[in-house]
Design a protein around this ligand. Structure first.
Ligand code: UDP
Ligand code: MN
Length: 278
């Protein structure tokens, strides 16, 4: 298998399977560095790939140092109308975020570049957002079908109907990628939660992963009964990021400190020994 035009890798694939994340700026490179370290600590034999846009090489170097394969990608070739509809100010105006705050370095349009993974030269992919860390080996996710994702649970039982696109399973295929592009950018198209809304529509029969494969940080204070450190396999910092100084940081001290231990490169506590929320 080889990569199509427009994608450029710094080396060939070394496995049929890959964990893939996306980095379009220096902030998400900080996140990815922690994710990559956590994947390495999980003992996986799969490739670890960072799809990136035009990010400074100084920000990418730590990712290469963690053993990642770097694949340069372009944002999707979407129309001007699509880009305007999904520009940050327009999207936040049309579909405001009322549950939490998106960081200033988050550009909604960039999220759609996740779909480029369907162009990669792997048989199986597990995508993981750059703001997540793996706490246990999750190689079993490669055996789940396309398309599997965990529910977007962070507030109530109603959340189980929606998927969260921070972690999902995929089978790269040029035909699927082409079908996605055709479906994505039609006249008047508006995907209020970007790739997440799109993927739920494109895969209406999505397969549910356990919540512990994508534990969202707000569960810590909204649904504390659901939090169980020994069960959590992937921890995902949706909304505010653990490398930011933000308004909810004090309420999320324990998960944030775990992320910082992973990011810092020093010893990482056994999550099973951490306190559960009050
Ligand atoms: N992302 C990126 N640049 C952006 C926005 C998003 O690289 O400007 C990537 C990054 O991998 C990030 C993911 O897309 O983790 C989804 O965005 P985010 O995690 O901020 O969304 P949330 O989980 O808060 O919904
Ligand atoms: Mn995320």
């Amino acid at each position: 298998m080889s990569l199509p035009e427009g994608l450029a890798a710094d080396r060939p694939a070394a496995s049929e399977r890959a964990y893939v994340t996306l980095v379009t700026n220096a902030d998400y490179a900080l996140g990815a560095k922690a994710l990559l370290r956590s994947l390495r600590l999980s003992g996986t034999g799969a490739d670890v790939v960072v799809m990136h846009t035009d990010v400074a090489s100084a920000d990418l170097a730590p990712l290469a140092a963690q053993g990642a394969r770097l694949v340069r990608v372009e944002l999707l070739p979407t129309s001007d109308a699509f880009n305007e509809a999904h520009a940050k100010a327009r999207l936040h105006g049309a579909a405001p975020f009322t549950k939490g705050a998106k960081p200033p370095f988050h550009t909604p349009l960039d999220n759609f570049a996740k779909l480029r993974l369907w162009q990669l030269d792997y048989a199986r992919v597990v995508f993981i957002d750059a703001d997540a860390i793996v706490l246990q080996n999750v190689d079993r996710l490669f055996d789940y079908p396309e398309f599997s994702a965990a529910p977007n649970v962070y507030e109530s039982l109603g959340d189980f109907r929606r998927l969260n696109s921070g972690i999902f399973t995929a089978r790269p295929s040029p035909a699927t990628f082409a079908a996605m592009l055709a479906r994505l950018d039609t006249p008047g198209a508006f995907w209020p939660r970007t790739d997440q809304t799109f993927l739920q529509a494109f895969f209406p029969d999505w397969h549910g992963l356990p919540v512990f494969d994508n534990m969202l940080q707000y569960v810590w204070f909204n649904l504390p009964q659901l939090w169980h450190w020994p069960s959590i396999r992937i921890l995902h910092f949706q909304y505010e990021k653990p490398w930011q100084d933000h308004a909810k940081a004090d309420r999320l001290r324990v998960p944030i400190d775990l992320w910082r231990a992973v990011a810092g490169g020093g010893p990482v506590p056994d999550p099973a020994t951490l306190p559960n929320p009050a």
